[in-house]
Design a protein around this ligand. Sequence first.
Ligand code: 13P
Length: 352
Amino acid sequence: MNQDKLIKTAQAMVTGNKGLIAMDESNPTCNKRFAALDIPQTPKMRLLYREMLITTPGLNEGINAAILYDETVRQKLSDGTPFVKAVKNAGIIPGIKLDMGAKDMAGFPEEKITEGLDGLRERLAEYSEMGLRFAKWRAVITIDDGVPTRRGIVNNAIILAQYAALCQEAGLVPIVEPEVLMDGKHDLKRCFSVTEHVLHTVFDQLYKQRVLTEGIILKPNMVLPGSNCQDQSNTEEIAHATVKCLMRTVPASVPGIAFLSGGQTSQQASERLNAMNANYKSEMPWALTFSFSRALQYPAMDIWNGKEENSKRAQKALHHRAICNRLACSGEYSEILEKSISSANERDLEFL
Ligand code: 13P
C-alpha cells in the first residue's frame, strides 16, 4: 500500500474550504429524479445532464472532487472527451461509487445491508487504470421502533471496513459513508445516540481491518431530528449535536469529514455546515466539508429540465451552491451572502 499517495489524495479532496459533488446516482435513482421533471430517462440524457454539471465554469472554485457512477466513467462528452478526462480538465479529482446498493438484510426485515464486495478487487483494478483516485460506499441505517439492531450496525460496519481495505490496497481513497436516514419521528437525541453508536462501530471495524485512517474520508449524516419529528431543533442545536457526536467518535487522524445532505434543502445544508465551522472550527482536528448530491444539484436540475437552452442558467445555479458551501466551510456563509451572490449571478446572466 502506498500510504503517502493515499494521504495526499485524501488531503487534496478536502483542502481549501472546498468540498465534493456527489453525482454518482445509480440509474434508477437518477431516472426517478428525471421522471419527476418529465426529463427522458435515457443514457444520453443522463450524460448531457452530467456534462452540463461538470463543464460549469469555475466549478473547482468550490469543488475539489466529484463522485461518478459506472455508466458515466465509460461515456464521452459531446466533443469526444472521455468523461473522466473532462473532470480532470476541470481541475477536479474523479472518483467512483463502488457499492451496488442497499438490499434487505436476511433475518432483519426492517434493515438494509449494502452489496458489492464480490469481484471488488478486479473492479478496483479497472477503475484505477481509468484514472479514478477515490471511491465511495454507502451503508444505510434506519431509525424506528427496535431498529437499528446491533447486528445491523455491525454487519454494515464490517462490510464498510472490508471495502475500505480493498480500496487502499488498490491505491484509491475510500469514502466511508454510513448514512443514518432522517426519515421518521425520532428526535435529535435519538439521532445523536444512533449516529454515535454507528460511528463508534465503524471506526472499531476500520481499526480491526487495518485501514489507514489518514487515508480515508468519512461521509456521515448530520445529527438531525427525524423529518416527521414535532421539534425540528434550530441550527445551533443541530450544529452542536453534530460536532459533539463527531468529536466523540472520529479519530483526529482522519483528514476530512464530508457530509451528505440526506434530504435537507440546499439552504438548510449550507446554514448548518456553516454554523459548525463558525462555532467550532478551532476545536476540530479534521476539515469539515460537504459531499452533497441533492443540496448541490437540485436547483440546477430544476432549471436545466432536460433542455440545452437552460444549461448556462443551470450552471450558474450550481456554481452558486458550490460557492455558498465553500463559504460555509469557513464559517462565512450568511443569508445576506446567499441572496447577494444569487443576484450577482442573475446580473452575470445578462451578459451570457
Ligand atoms: P445527498 O447529498 O443527496 O444525500 O446524497 C449524497 C450521497 O452521495 C448519497 O450517497
